[in-house]
Design a binder for this molecule. Structure first.
Ligand SMILES: C[S@@+](CC[C@H](N)C(=O)[O-])C[C@H]1O[C@@H](n2cnc3c(N)ncnc32)[C@H](O)[C@@H]1O
Length: 348
């Protein structure tokens, strides 16, 4: 399990100081995730977001099970090679995307599993390394690529036209000042390409910092660059499409009775998980606009375990401020056939 030894460091989200384990990442909602998966001897699990290996090692410690652990960041795979050696044939590391979990495991001879967990977003190791370009609190290259390949955040902000940039910042950052920020970015890049996190953060802060700070309100404690950085990260890594692919793939690969446990960190993710599970468990509210005709054609593929998301305790949030926005949703696969990928539901 994640080492208990801690050191103090400043939190790059601006949320104050945080105790972190020696391996750099404190797993969020760990006990609830493991309890939800109910690990059994001989069972097979997918950890689609290996990170520092917190969930994976807890599963392997809980019982004599097998874990296939996936991460799109080559650094995460490399840093867990010792863990794989420790657990011998019980832990298999796969470099890839969780949206491809069905193919990745089929290529390795596995067609069905007993549990899938996803802990969305980036790890503390990724955020804390200025060279990865995720954080606005430390200067570094404007990168943000989990895969360490493909177009970077700098490529995006220096090439996309103003209205598309505004749509990205508004859609993925839920930033109401998106148009103003996009205009400022386009003006700044006309002077010189935007290459660093520090310069981008300054450009955003210059137009998005409230003139007057109200005496109360969490809003004002958040760095004005937060939402723009979130939006660019989601876009660079295509995170929402990847989440939808992951949900469809988990449904296809889980055995009847198999469990899905997903931790999300912002409403754009959690909303997608909630709608997917409600729709495909037959628990959609009346009047839903989410393709009711599709729902009517299929038997429920999921049974919801709890109608509401599980939130971290006050103690966990105090210990690990990064856990504050976390939401865990859990569901169990029924024996009904999979509906197919989101947006390509089968005729049934
Ligand atoms: C929040 S961390 C996971 C931490 C992990 N649960 C732990 O306890 O150490 C998220 C990890 O998932 C990876 N990741 C994010 N999206 C992914 C995707 N679509 N496919 C594979 N890995 C992904 C990131 O690279 C990062 O290492």
């Amino acid at each position: 399990m994640a080492a208990a030894v801690s050191r103090r460091r400043s939190n790059p989200t601006g949320a104050g100081a945080e105790a972190v384990p020696a391996n750099g990442h404190t797993p969020v909602l760990l006990d609830s995730v493991i309890a939800a998966l109910e690990p059994r001897t001989g069972a097979v699990y997918i950890d689609g977001t290996l990170g520092a290996g917190g969930y994976t090692s807890a599963l392997l410690e809980a019982t004599d099970c097998i874990v296939w652990a996936i991460d799109r960041d080559p650094d995460a795979i490399a840093r867990n090679s010792e863990l794989a050696a420790t657990y011998g044939g019980r832990l298999h590391l796969i470099s890839g995307h969780f949206g491809d979990m069905q193919t990745l495991l089929a290529d390795r001879g596995v067609s069905a599993v007993d549990g899938v967990t996803l802990d969305l977003g980036v790890s503390s190791m990724q955020i804390d390394d200025p060279a990865r370009g995720f954080a606005f609190s430390q200067d570094g290259p404007l990168d943000m690529r989990m895969d360490q390949a493909g177009p970077s955040a700098a490529d995006l902000v220096n090439t996309v036209d103003e209205s598309e940039l505004a749509d990205i910042i508004h859609g993925y950052g839920e930033e109401r000042l998106a148009r103003r920020i996009a205009r400022a970015i386009v003006a700044a890049r006309a002077e010189a390409p935007i290459e660093t996190t520090g310069r981008l953060a300054d450009i955003v802060r210059a137009v998005a910092t409230p003139r007057k700070r109200s005496r109360k309100g969490r809003e004002n404690k958040i760095d004005p660059a937060t939402r723009t950085f979130q939006a660019l990260r989601i876009k660079v890594n295509d995170e929402l499409a990847e989440l939808e692919r992951g949900l469809g793939a988990a449904e296809a690969i889980l055995k009847p009775g198999g469990r899905l446990a997903i931790v999300s960190f912002h409403s754009l993710e959690d909303r997608r998980v909630k709608v997917f599970l409600r729709q495909r468990s037959g628990n959609e509210g009346r009047g839903s606009r989410h393709r009711p005709e599709v729902t009517a054609r299929h038997a429920p593929a999921w049974r919801l375990l709890g109608r509401r998301a599980i939130r971290p305790s006050d103690a966990e949030m105090a210990r690990n401020p990064r856990a504050r926005s976390a939401r865990l949703r859990v569901a169990e696969r029924t024996d009904a056939p999979s509906w197919g990928p989101i947006g390509e539901e089968t005729a049934a």
